[in-house]
Write a protein that binds this ligand. Structure first.
Ligand SMILES: Cc1cc2nc3c(=O)[nH]c(=O)nc-3n(C[C@H](O)[C@H](O)[C@H](O)COP(=O)(O)O)c2cc1C
Length: 251
């Protein structure tokens, strides 16, 4: 029961109007793998599960950058795809323009992406410092998959023509929507017990990606989310005091 209560907020976040698979078909395995539950179970199983916004925020807080990944996913890759598709459908965009595009690379295709990236970097990184670059690339390749996020320039251009008043806004707004999608996918994967980190090897890799995976030329690559089984922990993180970055009036 406790687990089901934990599961509900994420499923609510990702609920689809087109299918009830997530809300009905996810059994107890999903909540068990959440970092929050794993942490709770090591301390107490009697604490009240967070509800409402606290439940959502517990996932927001639990999302971290995990660099040490492996290929052992705690959920099937179908589930990863389901999460990505649900987020892609439901994350907002300016004027509902739906500028986000996604390419998910799994298994050997993920390996191929990081091999391609490594060979591109090898041609530009000085030999003396390439060892550390190669080690970093090997770390990404050790993961199970990569989600590539794109912004469709055809959509951006169409919006600029349709709403000339906001012409200069549609490009940054497409970026905002992409960032929301990246965050939603990253957080949801973390909630399923995976680890992930966000990378930016665009525009270096854009041309190869277009060729290798038949990506339309109008899809502009903006970020790569590497994911996998968690083989390490997140690093320490410091927080600037809220007082320096938050204001409220009228409370
Ligand atoms: C917009 C954005 C760009 C980022 N780019 C990279 C990147 O290119 N490479 C990388 O290793 N991490 C990247 N990160 C991860 C941040 O370094 C990380 O989120 C931050 O240090 C906070 O740590 P946390 O993710 O564990 O909370 C990026 C994060 C954001 C939000």
């Amino acid at each position: 029961m406790l687990m089901q209560r934990f599961a509900r907020p994420l499923r609510t976040l990702l609920r689809t109007t087109t299918t009830s698979r997530i809300s009905t078909a996810r059994p107890l395995t999903t909540p068990i793998s959440t970092p929050i539950l794993r942490k709770m179970s090591s301390t107490t199983t009697t604490a009240a599960a967070p509800a409402g916004a606290d439940a959502f925020l517990s996932y927001v807080k639990a999302r971290r950058t995990i660099y040490t990944l492996n290929k052992d996913l705690p959920v099937p890759t179908d589930r990863v795809q389901e999460i990505v598709k649900e987020a892609l459908l439901h994350v907002p965009s300016s004027f509902n323009s739906q500028s986000n595009r996604v390419l998910v690379l799994l298994g050997a295709e993920h390996d191929k992406f990081w091999d391609l990236t490594t060979s591109i970097l090898k041609s530009i990184v000085p030999e003396a410092s390439f060892a550390s670059t190669a080690a970093r690339m090997a770390g990404f390749k050790a993961g199970a998959g990569t989600v590539l996020f794109f912004e469709d320039q055809d959509v951006v251009k169409g919006m600029q023509e349709k709403f000339a008043l906001y012409a200069d806004r549609f490009d940054p707004w497409a970026g905002h929507s992409s960032a929301m999608l990246q965050f939603a996918v990253w957080t949801a994967l973390e909630a399923e017990g995976l680890g992930a980190n966000l990378q930016h090897y665009n525009p270096l890799v854009d041309e190869k990606v277009q060729q290798e995976w038949s990506v339309p030329a109008t899809w502009k690559l903006s970020a790569q989310l590497v994911f996998g089984g968690r083989a390490g922990e997140a690093g320490d993180k410091t927080f600037e005091p809220l007082e320096t970055k938050y204001k409220v009036f009228g409370a």
